[in-house]
Design a protein around this ligand. Structure first.
Ligand code: SF4
Length: 944
């Protein structure tokens, strides 16, 4: 019997598997239950059973199907009884163990809610160690190196120094509780596999795997050696290194696949946002009359789901969605967060009026059917709102804090509500209205008061969700119904956790629960075997569809690679043999290629706005096609029929007399000149039209906000050193980071959600390096002259006239050798100063050339004005990157002594740019040559 079978990508794996089972195990009784089939996920089992039913056409006992997770659980359960621990429990155990064994790691995060994001990262690291069966010997080497110190933040070194102990204790804790993590079950399964008997199965077929953890590999290997397993893979003629390595580790080579029989027809389509991409999906389904039962739409990112469903709703009949959708994006999750916030902002018995209103005016709450008529609660809520805002007179109008009793006892409220209700034909007594109000208050405020443990929180959640289901319209939304089911599941988890009775301050309890919601996903229900399938990429593993539509085929989405560095640096992960991150791109590429090559028609849709990049996966397909046909642009012609050309020629703005008048009085700043250099149209929008970016405090902060935040923090903290040499003492550092903590908490924590922890961590790490560098530099500094000084500036006289300039210099220092240094902090990624003199001398006077060679007028202008103020001093200027703590000097080493030559060229270029700005014949043109600039441009939609 062949133990390793390889199919080409163009094979329908499920079809091939069904044929194989029927051929090898056919019995007159149609009993296949002595065959086990293991897939990567749960979904293929349903397709296999369906395929067998179609072929057998009568009743049969299906094979026993498992996902790999279910299979390892099954293996361990043959020897031991255990349960799977919840993530919150596992994190709490890690917290307790860290407290006992490495308390110094908790120094700045001693509360569980503060430690939770760390615990999640540590948990994922230990899970990885377990799944990859990293032994204590290898880990001890890492511990020893950590004692010497890796080039990583100190607390990571501390963590690594104790990682063996931490992991051992964690394993003991799981054993004591008989409750395991998924990683630990993998580890145990790989240790137990050689002792296990499988008399219940004739064969175990592992189907459609690609990357395997070492523990999984152990299981495969043992079962193959015992002639119990059959392995089925898919590949094509390409080299797939992960698969080759797997073959070597399993001690046999994976045979090459037969030649493909089919070649899919691939169409590449472009949209300009998610709605237009969804529109394209609808159009191709309609135009090519795609059969829903043979079609899959792959969504690499969950946020595209709702726009897609709303666009498809007119044509959708049967469909099934199965992809992770983040719970914290749902209405219910946000409502619960608002209720928590209202409890946290209470002042004694009184509620903060603004938060109180946010809760009761929430559409789900004000429409609760507390009385037979939902209008009763709605009118009541609106009358309270009017009274609080002072539109209707009340004792508590305009109060900042308000108690529930005050509102309930305010008698004039009820006749007002009565009158309005009478007008719409509803009669109700004031006493009944008071009851309705008290019930409303109970449901959203009183039951949430004074909670101290998770058991109580679970009870309250139970009641609240039940009321929502029974008395609101939530059941009409399939998405929200799934979220409610998920929160019920979480509630059940809370009730069974071993620390459910542990006392927590209420705000911590809420923060932990919110963190939990931020890490939860839901999948939708529907028939996975009928209708249009809407899946994530990994949900398509081992499945084939005649028609494949993939949207969001853009870089950073597909492949989706982790943006933030994991807590444990990559170098250490590699030293430990944990290379999953390294092959992540290859894994996604494999599943992408397998899916499209098994289809007949493929539609790849991407977002082609300038700030987006087409995925490398599309580039590969285009290149292959061009190579095959030995000519360029072959794919472009193929897609011409489908293409939606959305963008018209971009607007150019002519200079009217009115605009020119404004320009003649204009005061230039380095930023305005740099913006003109990069894009004249952006300059027009920002400085002449003065269109302001909409600031939404609820949205995540942008890079520019973080820049402002750091500038202000550095200005305020270093103010004490003006006139003296900065001394970066331990005390200064403590004060600095305390201030950082409090400002970060105030400005970002709530706006950023789960990612705040990593952003804060990165900022802290960079600031730490900045202060270390400042400590080293302080030897060379005589005094700080000024910080954020905006008094420097004035007129510059050119041949074309005199113009006003304003400048704000982040920091001016006098160095020990008497020279001055102008510093401009940079928080962003790429920073550039003018090129060296020899390059500047080659520059032609065009905006494009000036942009390329001078990059920015900031440092030359700062130099010019500081030199005017301190004519006898030697001066240099530098960009100081807070990201990598590097200086980029205005005058390079080779130009020392020729400073004035550099400045003269810069001034000439400046005069050219100003004359172009004032030239009526040169319109403000858009310059979209740099997608990074367009990506961050606030006027992106205006210039379409
Ligand atoms: S989006 Fe690009 S081209 Fe348009 S105004 Fe902004 S920077 Fe200029």
């Amino acid at each position: 019997m062949d133990r390793v079978i390889v199919y080409n990508f163009d094979h329908d794996m499920i079809q091939a598997l069904a044929d194989y089972i029927l051929q090898k195990y056919e019995k007159s009784s149609n009993d296949f239950s002595r065959v086990a089939v293991v897939f990567g996920g749960k979904r293929p089992a349903l397709f296999l059973k369906k395929k067998l039913a179609e072929k057998i056409k009568t009743s049969f006992y299906p094979p026993q199907c498992f996902s790999i997770e279910e299979f390892v659980n099954y293996l361990v359960s043959k020897k031991e009884s255990f349960s799977i621990a919840t993530d919150l429990e596992l994190c709490y155990w890690l917290y307790q163990i860290s407290k006992e064994k490495i308390p110094h790691i908790l120094i700045t995060r001693d509360k569980f809610y503060q430690f939770l994001p760390w615990a999640r990262e540590i948990l994922s690291f230990i899970q990885e160690l377990d799944k990859e069966r990293v032994d204590d010997g290898t880990l001890t080497t890492i511990e020893a190196s950590a004692e010497i110190g890796y080039e990583v933040p100190e607390d990571i070194n501390v963590l690594l120094e104790s990682i063996v102990t931490l992991r051992k204790e964690f394993h003991h804790r799981m054993e004591d509780k008989r409750s395991f993590s998924s990683g630990y079950v993998h580890l145990k399964a790989s240790q137990l596999i050689s002792e296990l008997e499988f008399s219940e199965f004739d064969n175990i077929i592992f189907c459609g795997f690609y990357y395997l953890h070492k523990t999984e590999l152990d299981i495969f290997k043992t079962l193959v050696q015992r002639e119990k397993a059959v392995l089925m893979f898919q590949k094509d003629e390409e080299l797939w290194p992960v698969l080759e390595k797997l073959g070597k580790e399993l001690s046999f080579s994976i045979p090459s696949s037969p030649k493909p029989k089919n070649k899919p027809r691939i169409s590449i389509l472009r949209g300009f946002d998610i709605h237009s991409q969804a529109g394209l999906v609808r159009e191709v389904i309609k135009r090519d009359k795609l059969n829903f039962n043979e079609t899959v739409i792959v969504l690499p990112q969950a946020q595209s789901l709702l726009p897609l469903l709303s666009e498809l709703s007119p044509i959708l009949t049967d469909f099934n969605v199965s992809l992770g959708y983040p719970v914290n994006r749902s209405t219910i999750s946000r409502l619960i967060e608002t209720i928590f916030k209202t409890q946290m902002t209470k002042n004694g018995e009184k509620y903060y009026a603004r938060d109180y209103l946010k809760v009761i005016t929430h559409p789900l709450i004000k429409n609760l059917k507390i009385h037979d008529e939902p209008a009763v609660a709605r009118v009541l809520v609106h009358k309270i709102e009017e009274s609080l805002l002072g539109i209707e007179e009340a004792d508590f109008s305009g109060s900042i804090f308000i108690s529930l009793d005050e509102i309930e006892k305010f008698r004039p409220l009820y006749p007002r509500v009565q009158t309005t209700l009478n007008r719409i034909g509803i009669t109700i007594e004031p006493e009944r209205l008071e009851e309705v109000l008290k019930e409303l208050h109970r449901v959203v405020f009183r039951i949430w008061e004074g909670l101290t443990n998770f058991e109580q929180l679970a009870l309250v959640l139970d009641e609240f969700l039940r009321i929502l289901l029974e008395r609101s319209l939530i059941y009409k939304s399939p998405l929200d119904t799934r979220v409610i089911e998920k929160i019920y599941e979480i509630k059940n988890e809370l009730e069974t956790m071993d620390f459910k009775k542990e006392i927590f301050p209420q705000d911590e309890l809420f923060k932990i629960f919110i963190d939990k919601l931020e890490n939860e996903m839901i999948s939708f229900l529907g028939s996975p075997l009928k209708g249009l399938q809407i899946l994530g990429l990994y949900e398509t593993r081992a499945l084939s569809f005649k028609n494949v539509i993939i949207i969001d085929v853009n870089e950073t989405v597909l492949p989706k690679l982790r943006v933030y560095e994991p807590l444990i640096p990559r170098q250490i992960m590699l030293e430990l043999g944990l290379n999953r991150l390294e092959v992540e791109e290859e894994i996604q590429r494999y599943h992408f290629r397998r899916l499209i090559k098994s289809a007949c028609s493929v539609y790849l849709i991407y977002d082609d706005r300038p700030d987006k990049e087409r995925s490398r996966f599309i580039e590969e397909i285009i290149w292959e096609e061009e190579r095959l046909q030995k000519k360029l642009n072959v794919v472009t012609q193929l897609r011409a029929g489908y293409q939606v050309e959305v963008r018209e020629k971009k607007a150019e703005i002519e200079k009217s007399e009115f605009i020119l008048q404004g320009l003649r009085k204009f005061t230039f700043s380095p930023s305005s000149l740099d913006i003109y250099l990069n894009c004249p149209l952006q300059f027009y929008y920002q400085y002449l039209l003065k269109v302001k970016e909409n600031e939404n405090l609820l949205e995540e902060p942008q890079a520019v906000d973080i820049g402002k935040f750091l500038h202000k923090l550095l200005e305020d903290s270093f103010a004490e050193f003006i006139g003296t040499r900065p001394k970066i003492t331990k005390k200064f550092k403590e004060k600095f980071f305390k201030e950082f903590e409090s400002r970060f908490e105030h400005e970002y924590q709530r706006r950023m959600g789960a990612e705040a922890f990593l952003v804060k961590y990165i900022m802290e790490h960079r600031l730490q390096r900045f202060l270390d560098n400042e400590h080293r530099r302080s030897e060379d500094i005589k005094r700080i002259i000024s910080l954020e000084d905006d008094s420097i500036g004035g007129k510059i006289k050119f041949e074309i006239g005199s113009f006003d300039f304003i400048c704000k210099i982040d920091r001016l220092e006098e160095l020990q050798d008497g020279s001055l240094l102008i510093i401009d902090y940079k928080t962003g990624g790429s920073i550039s100063a003018p090129q060296r003199l020899s390059k500047l001398q080659e520059m032609e006077m065009t905006r494009e050339q000036i942009k390329k060679r001078i990059h920015s007028f900031q440092l030359p202008l700062y130099y010019y004005f500081v030199k005017k103020r301190f004519p006898d001093c030697r001066i240099n200027a530098a960009l100081y990157s807070l990201r990598n703590i590097e200086f980029t000097q205005l005058f390079k080493k080779e130009d020392m002594g020729s400073e004035q030559d550099v400045i003269n060229i810069c001034l000439k270029a400046l005069e050219f740019i100003i004359s172009e700005i004032l030239n009526p014949a040169v319109p403000f043109v858009p310059d979209d040559s740099d997608p990074r600039i367009c990506r961050n441009c606030s006027y992106f939609y205006l210039c379409k």
